[in-house]
Ligand binder design. Structure first.
Ligand code: GLY
Length: 374
């Protein structure tokens, strides 16, 4: 099987995303050309370390690259000030210099935190993303958004800092728990829905094969997702316009994540899937697309065994007005107006600022009523 390469074109900060099987085993050869001296600092989490760190260290050492490794506790609560300062201080203790390279080996939490640590360490060192979850491979490892959460909210402190290389090893996805794989799939579906109807058609036919473990299908889906993200990021790195399309489903998702306390009642990608279904329903109610579009979105998510409705979220949720006010705290709110990504059909998303709040409240109330009838 071949390795695919997708270029993220950003002038002097351009880089490649390499996608394929066995990339952890090839990491030494892939990373060596970036190094001014044969030494890297790897930051990972304890779960990934237990499964894959020995293979990565062997690959790096096999190319004569000395490795220092730090394993952080797994989970979203790592992505805050305490583990961030621990990481920065550890990198300084390892004497990482401006010309060195830091490797982020893990899912979105590790990638975001280590990317941000790299952005501020000695005013910026280069870093390589080695994403180990589907969500990180198709979304968070590409595009340079880095950061941590604070008491005030998620991702409120951070920096745009592009990696120098991304290595997405398809084999690593085989060790993901099925629920995490499907959560990442929520972000994959998002790409079809926002801008590529043919990709959504392909996912309808091949999604189940992907979930069952087919590496060719997985590689194609990761590649197509990364191609779409790379194109958008190249055109709009700092989210002045088009990059906001990547937030399809996210306004609903962020409110639901807050309402469920960022717990395992709802994983981020599950919230994105539910949010996409709601965004298409909202678009249909606003007369922007036909009923066929939200029906197809829902049918596909159901076929994949994913959460689709508020009724699929366990436990109580706040009422519709409270959910809408949680959306109002989203960092993408501009001048107090809610911003949604809506769609004129599958693959035809756009950013809409003037959505009537009553329509959103009504839609959520119906979804909550359906939940209470279950
Ligand atoms: N995850 C959305 C973005 O990278 O813009």
């Amino acid at each position: 099987m071949t390795i695919d390469t997708v270029a993220v074109e950003l002038g002097s900060r351009s880089y490649e995303v390499r996608i394929g099987r066995g990339l952890v085993a090839r990491a030494g050869a892939e990373i060596a050309p970036l190094l001014k001296r044969r030494k890297v600092a790897v930051v990972t989490d304890e779960t990934v370390a237990a499964q894959h760190l020995a293979a990565l260290v062997a690959a790096l050492e096999g190319e004569g690259i000395a490795v220092a490794a730090l394993a952080l506790p797994p989970g979203e609560s790592t992505k805050g000030w305490p583990q961030f300062s621990r990481t920065v201080e550890w990198l300084l203790e390892q004497k990482v210099e401006r010309r060195d390279v830091v490797v982020a080996f893990g899912g979105g939490v590790v990638g975001d935190l280590v990317g941000f640590a790299s952005a501020v360490l000695r005013r910026g060192v280069r870093f390589v993303q080695l994403p180990t979850t589907l969500l990180a491979q198709v979304d968070s490892s590409v595009g340079g958004k880095t950061g941590i959460n604070t008491a005030q909210g998620k991702n409120l402190v951070g920096a745009f800092h592009q990696p120098s290389l991304v290595l997405a090893d398809i084999d690593v996805l085989a060790t993901l728990p099925p629920r995490d794989f499907l959560a990442g799939y929520g972000e994959v579906v998002k790409y079809g829905l926002l801008g590529d109807a043919a990709f959504f058609d392909w996912l309808e036919g091949n999604g189940p094969k992907m979930a069952a473990g087919d590496p060719d299908a997985r590689q194609y889906a990761v590649r197509r997702s990364v191609e779409m993200k790379a194109g958008i990021v190249s055109r709009d790195e700092t989210e002045e316009g088009e990059r906001a399309l990547l937030n399809l489903g996210h306004t609903f998702c962020h409110a639901l994540e807050k309402a469920t306390g960022y717990s395992d009642r709802l994983l981020h990608g599950e919230g994105v899937a539910i949010g996409c279904a709601l965004a298409f329903e909202l678009s249909q109610r606003m007369g922007l697309c036909s009923q066929e579009a939200p029906s197809r979105v829902r049918a596909h998510l159901r076929d994949m065994g994913m959460k689709v409705d508020l009724a699929d979220i366990g436990g109580d949720l706040p009422d519709a007005a409270a959910l809408v006010s949680l959306m109002g705290q989203d960092k993408k709110v501009i001048d107090g107006k809610l911003r949604f990504v809506l769609a004129r059909g599958i693959g035809k998303a756009f950013v809409a600022d003037g959505v009537p709040p009553d329509l959103v409240t009504g839609l959520l109330q119906e979804a909550l009523d359906q939940k209470s009838r279950r």
